[in-house]
Design a protein around this ligand. Structure first.
Ligand SMILES: Cc1cc2nc3c(=O)[nH]c(=O)nc-3n(C[C@H](O)[C@H](O)[C@H](O)COP(=O)(O)OP(=O)(O)OC[C@H]3O[C@@H](n4cnc5c(N)ncnc54)[C@H](O)[C@@H]3O)c2cc1C
Length: 304
């Protein structure tokens, strides 16, 4: 019986494990893939305070070594089902069933892909799913953003302070984002900072070792045109990993609802990082959520 079972060994899960173990708790962390979560596929992290530049895999290894040295139990198994309603929580993996007094869900989220030629090959070589993370690399360059919701519009506004020019590509003729955001985009269009390519889809990402152009198909004219760009930011949504958490309340986009203490609707079940309905999805915020949750978990265990 564990004091806490943590699902997901990304920055959020590892920080929660670190804090709980240091508080003397008996902790299990379960990871279905490699430790580190999305950090493992990040070439350079340049916005983690105190570290000017580090590759994601090194940061992940450093966090992982820290929790292993502290004595956190780690199992590399895939969580496939959970019973989280009762006083004792049961977590079923592809190999075992574990029991805990509390559970911290930190399963993250994955970016939706365009699934076009060149996208996977050039990921982290100009194709990015995170403007906040990678935007600074494209100072005074020409970039493209794909998507029609608030995230793509926010990405454009963020990049407009960095890049020389932005193509915003959307498959429809109207944006799904908030009016106020759309107005800001239209203003940037007037200032020739943004060029809108509506009713359009990216069909190819071009470049040998880094992105140098994209191919865009216009549905109205049925024509394909090449645009020279240095980066392509894909903002067409994310998929949170929540399907195995029955009875845990999610918002309309599928993210787990939490309060400021990282509590879910189920007693003894906490959640944080990218899988939760947070405003910013970054390493530093994922770590912060793990730390906040650890305090809530400690308090719950004390009262239990
Ligand atoms: C390409 C890229 C670049 C980025 N660059 C930066 C950056 O420069 N700076 C920055 O701050 N942020 C960056 N981010 C965002 C940052 O990596 C995430 O916000 C952060 O990793 C979220 O942490 P997390 O712990 O919530 O989830 P994740 O990192 O997604 O970790 C979740 C873990 O849970 C595991 N898991 C999921 N389901 C199960 C299951 N059923 N059973 C067991 N394990 C499971 C996953 O395998 C994964 O390891 C980047 C993201 C990407 C994709």
């Amino acid at each position: 019986m564990y004091d806490c079972i943590i699902i997901g060994c990304g920055p959020s899960g590892m920080t929660c494990a670190l804090y709980l173990k240091r508080a003397g708790k008996n902790v299990l962390i379960i990871e279905r893939s490699m430790p580190g979560g999305q950090m493992v596929i990040t070439t350079n992290v340049e916005n983690y305070p105190g570290i000017a530049k580090i590759d994601g895999a090194t940061l992940a290894t450093s966090m992982f070594n820290q929790i292993v040295e502290l004595g956190v139990d780690v199992k590399f198994e895939d969580v496939i089902d959970c019973d989280l309603d009762g006083d004792i929580k049961s977590v079923k993996t592809d190999k075992n069933v574990y029991q805990g007094k509390t559970v911290y869900i930190a399963t993250g989220a994955t970016s939706r892909l365009l699934n076009v030629d060149g996208e996977k090959r050039l990921t982290s070589k100009g194709v990015s799913y995170c403007a906040t993370c990678d935007g600074a690399l494209y100072k005074d360059k020409v970039v493209a953003v794909v998507g029609g919701g608030n995230t793509s519009l926010e990405d454009c506004l963020y990049l407009s302070n960095i890049a020389k020019k932005i193509y915003l590509i959307h498959r429809r003729d109207e944006f799904r984002g908030d009016d106020i955001m759309v107005k800001k985009i239209r203003q940037l269009e007037k200032e020739c900072k943004i060029e809108l390519l509506l009713n359009s889809q990216v069909t190819k990402v071009l470049g040998d070792n880094k992105v140098n152009a994209i191919e865009v198909y216009n549905k109205i004219s049925s024509t394909t045109k090449e645009y020279k760009v240095d980066a392509l930011f894909v903002a067409i949504g994310r998929i949170p990993d929540t399907q195995m958490f029955k009875n845990v309340e999610c918002d309309d986009s599928g993210y787990i609802k939490v309060d400021e203490f990282k509590k879910t609707n189920l007693s003894g079940v906490y959640c944080g990082g990218d899988v939760s309905n947070t405003h910013l999805r970054q390493i530093v915020t994922a770590c912060s959520d793990g730390a906040v949750a650890s305090l809530s978990i400690n308090e719950y265990l004390r009262k239990r």
